[in-house]
Design a protein around this ligand. Structure first.
Ligand code: BGC
Length: 430
């Protein structure tokens, strides 16, 4: 027993001295002496001055959508990485309306002259979700104006067309006029509070289909996680085209089985940008390095895959529609994007430690597409990333696991709620 205690104590001493070595800026073996290495080791730099990237959920007011510029410009090395929500939303809407027009002879399943769709909403306070709801309503003519933009509120059930948050649209195709009606829509939030919840969407389609199933001609979802849950629960067997967003592997594969289509938000570009902006700041390099300007390994992005909004310190990847025409090109959503797939040299880009969280470890897109991509890029960029998976419900579940920010050189944050940036920055200010 005594022996065991002694050896335990030795282990503790050993690991403490190892930790001290790792954070000692004078220790050349820690690889912090590169000349291009502005930030040095984690211990020299105050946490509040370390590079910070927000990704996937843009700091913003969840009621008004207004961007949270305090969070977006937290320090000189703070950025947001996401995708162009409006361009993607418009693509999704157009994809659905084109599908209706091209399949008009068979789309109206019960022949009542009304093309009915149901809509799964991810998170009513998330700008991406709001944009997608608007995009679909605009393209199908079912949107009504509210505060200068298309209303994005869920309608509940609207089988009689009387809801005030939407109106009946009209489509003319094959020499005939059809009414387009949003029969039902709902935020897919589970009882524990998790949004974009696939299981909730699977249950909702069960309820909707049992009360007005043969009126449903199209199923639309703010993402593939919920879309695939509805497809597997009901629409696949009933041959009702279902549309999602994200181009996750399972959704792309399902296009062969009747899934109507999805949108790629170029997660391969986003995951790269998320880590790249940190890498550049840690190297003291120009922010455009390896982005608009080739880096020393030859990595560079062309301007047809992203835009940079310098005013809001935000990088947005551009979206691409994935349908039966081109889905063969999108079968592996976790593959790195070839133009930015070259390994950085360890000598001039020393290994650095990054703390990164995924707000909900069970979110389909983030866990099956985004995180695997990040894991591919972290090696190429010489970043040692600790991945923290949240429960999708509370910020504290994640912030509790940022106990010692001083151990890290940079941070990548995916909030539960877009209003809550301060819960993270408060920890860096201490
Ligand atoms: C994705 C969703 C995901 C959400 C999480 C969106 O951009 O499309 O699938 O659930 O981000 O924040």
């Amino acid at each position: 027993m005594k022996k065991k205690i002694i050896s335990m104590a030795m282990v503790t001493v050993l690991s403490l001295s190892l930790a001290a070595c790792g954070s000692n800026p004078d220790n050349s073996s820690s690889g912090n002496s590169g000349s291009s290495d502005k930030k040095g080791s984690s211990s020299e730099v105050a946490n509040k001055d370390k590079p910070l990237v927000w990704f996937n959920r843009q700091p913003s007011n969840s009621s008004t959508g207004e961007l949270d510029m305090t969070a977006l410009s937290y320090n000189d090395d703070t950025y947001y990485v996401g995708f162009d929500a409006n361009q993607g939303a418009e693509l999704q809407g157009t994809m659905v309306s084109d599908y209706i027009k091209n399949n008009i002879d068979k789309i109206d399943r019960n022949g009542d002259g009304v093309i009915g769709y149901v809509l799964a909403i991810g998170d009513i306070g998330h700008n991406d979700s709001i944009a997608r709801t608007r995009g679909v309503r605009k393209a199908l003519g079912t949107g009504v104006e509210k505060d200068g933009d298309t209303n994005s509120d869920p309608v509940g059930t609207n089988t009689d067309g009387s809801a005030s948050a939407v109106k009946d649209g009209e489509i003319e195709a094959g020499g005939k006029k059809y009414v387009v009606r949003e029969l039902a829509s709902q935020e897919m939030k589970n009882s524990a509070g998790a949004t974009w919840d696939a299981a909730t969407a699977g249950n909702a389609i069960g309820t909707w289909s049992s009360s007005f199933g043969d009126s449903i001609d199209i199923v639309v979802s703010n993402n593939d996680g919920m879309g695939m849950s509805m497809f597997n629960a009901w629409s696949k067997d009933n041959k009702v085209p279902t549309f999602g967003y994200d181009a996750n592997n399972d959704a792309v594969a399902a296009i062969a089985d009747g899934y109507g289509g999805t949108i790629s938000q170029h997660a391969d570009v986003q995951a790269y940008l998320t880590l790249r902006v940190l890498r550049n700041a840690l190297d003291g390099a120009d922010i455009d390095t390896g982005i608009g300007t080739a880096d020393d390994a030859g990595n560079v992005l062309s301007d047809d895959v992203y835009v940079f909004d310098s005013e809001h310190r935000s990088y947005y990847a551009l979206n691409v529609a994935v349908t039966s025409e081109n889905y063969q090109d999108f079968t592996d959503s976790t593959k790195v994007y070839e133009p930015v797939s070259k390994q950085l040299d360890k000598g001039s880009h020393a290994s650095k430690k990054v703390w990164l969280n995924i707000y909900n470890a069970s979110d389909n897109f983030l866990s099956s597409t985004y995180q695997p991509l990040l894991q591919n890029y972290d090696d190429l960029l010489n970043l040692e990333v600790d991945y923290i998976g949240g429960d999708g419900q509370t910020e504290s579940n994640i912030t509790n696991r940022l106990g010692n920010p001083s151990q890290y050189d940079a941070f990548a944050i995916n909030m539960v709620k877009t209003d809550n940036a301060a819960s993270y920055t408060a920890l860096l200010n201490q």
